[in-house]
Design a protein around this ligand. Structure first.
Ligand SMILES: Cc1ncc(COP(=O)(O)O)c(C=O)c1O
Length: 438
């Protein structure tokens, strides 16, 4: 059976029109959760088309000697890095950046040394924007901004730009990041949580009819993928009337196609799927620019940034350059449809290993909303987990410790994590279980 595309899932909605009035709260509609893009165990997936760039077991003279034939260090001592962000980048991108570091394309300079207003860097940022527009099919009436301050700064920028002080704004809180967005939003608007997954330890998403918009709410904020808890929207709320849909896509940005036109604003810190830390991408409908609250710092005013093509002040040039390389790499590898196929296949390997372990490994997240990007799992005791993490590190699989707030194990398997890394992890899980099952 073919893997279903996320793009088809809007068909799962009941097409009942939503009319927002100022007198009553209205139901936000959520997709049927059976529309997950993560295939169940009974579904098969097509063969992987992703190149396993780090799969060759090679001895290395970096002071670490692999302990067995299955070691994953490549000939330059690189590991499989399962970090949640900053995260692993495509090997080909790093190699290109390395080759271009000292003298970028004959300019006689590194990108780090260029004027951000010179023709060389302008070509970089313009190419980055063009490639991103092509990848996500971003309509012309949306501005693309390359900003600083991380996604955390957007927690403030969004209400400052979209609301007047005192406007109502709704938040769906599905984990730590959307909770932080809500708490920051409270400073600049009348922010309200209309659904929270806290009581279920953030292992689920709202289902149809479970939440209602506040009448007149200026926007509804969601976190498309909760990096710490591993829950991911497979499709997005609809029937919002005049309420604007805003999404923090930091940890699943460019991992799959997205219909940008459904959103008023999308933002994402780059350091998971598309680049290094230091640059935050904002995609915002142009008609929403120009209404920032008077207290808005100049750097957070989207109109000022858009009018200046993200060059109001000195931007994070090198980070933008790496994003440009990553976008080109994604385009070369078939765009976001192909990226999504690879991500589904990789996630399936790992979730299947967890689900077929007879409870030795447990993923707390409900099947339908499991993230393709961040896979949390636990074992019976903290001692077992510590021992597993130690063995993993010895075998060149690092940064697998769960976030300090939730513990356990978390494998972040973004676009650039090779399938070979997940196969290696799954092999360790099986051998570890065999050795530790009573
Ligand atoms: C979903 C999500 N939102 C926001 C943030 C905060 O990002 P930053 O550190 O770039 O401010 C993170 C960081 O991991 C995240 O995963």
């Amino acid at each position: 059976m073919a893997v279903r595309s996320c793009q088809l899932q809007t068909a799962l909605f009941q097409p009942r029109d939503f009319v927002q009035t100022s007198h009553r709260a209205s139901a936000v509609r959520f997709p049927s959760l059976t529309g997950s893009s993560y295939p169940s165990q009974s579904q098969s997936v097509s063969p992987c088309c992703c190149r396993a760039v780090l799969s060759t077991p090679i001895l290395k003279d970096n002071g670490k000697q692999p302990q067995n034939q299955n070691e994953t260090f490549d000939d330059e001592g690189r590991v499989f890095n399962f970090a949640a962000g900053p995260a692993t980048l495509p090997a080909s991108v790093l190699k290109q950046a390395q080759a271009e570091l000292y003298n970028w394309r004959g300019s006689g300079m590194s990108v780090m040394e260029m004027s951000h207003r010179g023709k060389e860097f302008l070509s970089v940022i313009q190419n980055a924007e063009a490639s991103l527009r092509s990848l996500l099919n971003i309509p012309d009436d949306y501005a693309v901004l390359f900003l600083q301050g991380g996604a955390t700064t957007q927690f403030s920028s969004v209400p400052l730009n979209l609301c007047k002080a005192g406007d109502a704004a709704d938040y769906i809180v599905t984990g730590s990041w959307s909770d932080k967005a809500f708490k920051e939003g409270q400073k600049y608007c009348n922010a309200k949580v209309i659904w929270s997954g806290k009581s279920a330890k953030y292992t689920s998403l709202p289902q149809a009819g479970e939440s209602s918009l506040t009448p007149g709410a200026r926007f509804l904020h969601i976190c498309a993928n909760e990096t710490i808890h591993g829950v991911e929207f497979k499709d997005y709320p609809t029937h919002l009337g005049d309420t604007l849909l805003v999404a923090d896509m930091s940890s699943n940005f460019c991992s799959k196609p997205v219909d940008v036109s459904k959103f008023a604003l999308i933002y994402a810190g780059a350091q998971k799927n598309v680049g290094p830390s230091g640059v935050t991408i904002v995609i915002v409908r142009k008609d929403l620019l120009g209404n920032a609250q008077p207290i808005t710092p100049v750097m957070l005013d989207y109109k000022i940034q858009a009018d200046n093509n993200s060059l109001y002040n000195t931007p994070p040039c090198y980070s933008i350059y790496i994003c440009d390389l990553v976008f080109s790499d994604l385009l070369e590898k078939g765009g976001l449809e192909a990226a999504e196929r690879r991500n589904i296949e990789k996630a399936k390997l790992l979730y299947d290993a967890i689900d077929s372990s007879n409870g030795f490994f447990k993923c707390p997240v409900k099947g339908e909303v499991r993230s393709l990007m961040n896979v949390p799992f636990t074992m019976e005791t903290a001692e077992l987990e510590a021992s597993f993490l130690k063995e993993a590190a010895e075998q060149g699989m690092v940064q697998l410790k769960g976030h300090r707030s939730v513990g356990g194990i978390r494998a972040s398997i973004y676009n650039a994590m090779p399938r070979a890394g997940i196969e290696k992890l799954v092999a360790l899980m099986k051998s570890f279980q065999a050795r530790h099952s009573s």
